[in-house]
Design a protein around this ligand. Structure first.
Ligand code: UD1
Length: 337
């Protein structure tokens, strides 16, 4: 069985950690990434961590011709992990067509190339955003999908549906739709981590940059929610735990003998508030974060966390790291930048 895996967005935050875990598990990743949201030296870091440089192609994933020529370049691809996508909620409201074109265009290019080259296994990066504002905070895969509150969220819902429809069409596809909760942390070695483009949108990079003095003050987006301390609750998962789930998903796909399109929640099952994250960061790293309470951010869900039972059972996966570990690793990473 060939162990080559095409990894789009393999130089990105979750992608690079996944490439390392794939290599540790004996797979041979082939990265497709044009570094628009990463840096080429991330590939060197992967090489340092694994003792081997992954194969790579610097092309735009939404470019059908280029994508197909990469797929045709190899005769022994076992599957595809498709990370490459835009992910900033606010930007997607400003530039909706850019989001639909890139996120949907790249998935279609990948699916067409898979059909053409007879590759059936696909792991797709989805998001808990598909659940919108759930009626109960702990969501299972059966929690209804809701109307998206941003074009970004809409692209994830549409992409999931495209894959399902491709399965219905008779293309022999085997797909795992991985619905990520909130990935945080960095590689424990300090060699890999998140590289936000400009001002971070996400909480933890904003915290680390504030602690490092790059940002003056963190604004907590509202403390008048009906949660214990009034701030939003999310399920923060260590990026290495998330990366390992992709390896497990490939193993699961290998054991399927008919077309599938199966969603999995990837979270810890535990909700943590914004203030708890800030205070835990200060405590584990013994560093102060300058913050103030501001207004609510439009489109924020009050609270959501995963019921990860399905992934734990079917993928034989579980989280090993705590939120405190992740916050420690994020700070270690920030200090290297
Ligand atoms: C968002 C998206 C999620 C997407 C992820 C990718 C929604 C509802 N969520 O997650 O689908 O996959 O981004 O990046 O669309 N916060 C502050 N101050 C800050 C930054 C954040 O208080 O400066 C708060 C937010 O209001 C939120 C929490 O921290 O309550 C987490 O925010 P963030 O890291 O942006 O992730 P989500 O919004 O949960």
């Amino acid at each position: 069985m060939s162990k080559k895996i095409i990894v789009t967005g393999g130089a990105g935050y979750i992608g690079s950690h996944t490439v390392v875990e794939l290599m540790h598990a004996g797979y041979e990743p082939v990265i497709i990434d044009d570094f628009r949201n990463s840096k080429p030296w991330i590939i060197d870091r992967i090489g340092e961590l694994t003792g081997k440089y992954p194969l790579g192609h610097s092309i735009d994933c939404a470019d059908e011709k280029e994508v197909l020529s990469v797929f045709r370049n190899y005769t022994d691809i076992f599957g595809v992990i498709h990370f490459a996508a835009y992910k900033a909620v606010g930007e997607s409201v400003q530039k909706p067509t850019m989001y639909y074109q890139n996120n949907i265009g790249s998935l279609c290019a990948i699916l067409n190339a898979m059909k053409e080259t007879k590759i059936s296994n696909l792991v797709f990066s989805s998001s808990c955003t598909v659940y919108g504002e759930p009626s109960t905070p702990a969501v299972t895969e059966n929690t209804p999908i809701q109307k998206a509150n941003s074009p970004y969220g809409d692209t994830k819902i549409i992409c999931e549906r495209i894959i399902e429809n491709v399965k219905i069409s008779g293309q022999p596809i085997q797909a795992a739709l991985l619905r990520y909760f909130n990935p945080i942390g960095a590689h424990p070695s300090g060699k890999l981590g998140e590289l936000p483009n400009g001002i971070p949108n996400n909480l933890v990079p904003y915290i680390t940059q504030t602690a490092a003095g790059i940002r003056e003050q963190l604004v907590v987006n509202g403390n008048d929610y009906t949660t214990s301390d009034g701030t939003n609750i999310r399920d923060y998962i260590h990026v290495v735990d998330l990366a390992k789930a992709h390896v497990k998903a490939l193993e699961w796909l290998q054991n399927q003998n008919k077309p599938v399109c199966e969603p999995f929640n990837l979270g810890t099952g535990k909700g943590t508030s914004v203030l708890e994250i800030i205070h835990s960061f200060e405590e584990v790293n013994q560093v102060k974060v300058n913050y103030k309470i501001g207004p609510r951010r439009e489109g924020d869900v009050e609270q959501i966390f995963a019921n990860p039972t399905k992934a734990e059972k079917m993928l034989n996966w579980k989280c090993d790291y705590s939120v405190a570990d992740a916050l420690k690793h994020s700070w270690n990473w920030e200090k290297t930048l």
